[in-house]
Design a protein around this ligand. Sequence first.
Ligand code: FNR
Length: 185
Amino acid sequence: QPKKLLAFAGSLRKDSLNRKLIAYVAKEAEAAGAEVTVLDLNDFPLPIFNEDIETEGMPAKVRELQSILARHDGLLISTPEYNGAVPALVKNTLDWLTRKQANGDSGIELIKGKVVGIVSASPGALGGLRSLLLLRDQLAKLSMWVAPAQFALGQADQAFDEQGALKDGNQVKQIKAVVQQVIDF
Ligand code: FNR
């Protein structure tokens, strides 16, 4: 049975470098035998988390995201780095996911034990490495199995060819390593 992976970029913008990177990672994961669903978080416009919203009734989009996640074995995330940290979009999405599911269980039960591969992209030299380290820590706190391999794409604005593939073979190798660890887990 192929592993089912849910992939998303932590950026909403059309020309997002992380959107490009997650599309490439998804392709590599499919080539390695996984079934990948790539989500556009623009399709899940969740409000900034506020417990009052929950009290009034869980947003339908949260429920939808939780039920999509339930049908997958793991995640692939490409995160930008904002001011040395994970963007609010990524944190907010994760926070909503951890909240109560339709069946009454906490969302943490849904996330716990799933495998996740993390990458980042930035036009800067470090490729968003600092946000990657914080994301790893955050996901581990949710009891996810974070693949030991990770990949930060520096100078990401120059890294892709016209077909959206990474030009540097060494970078391709690093992506394959992340994907393979996620699938093998
Ligand atoms: C950035 N950017 C950035 N880059 C980086 O490498 N380290 C950083 O700390 C920051 N900080 C930062 C803060 C804010 C508020 C913004 C908007 C941007 C630049 C960032 O890497 C660049 O805009 C990327 O292109 C964002 O990712 P997407 O949207 O291309 O996926």
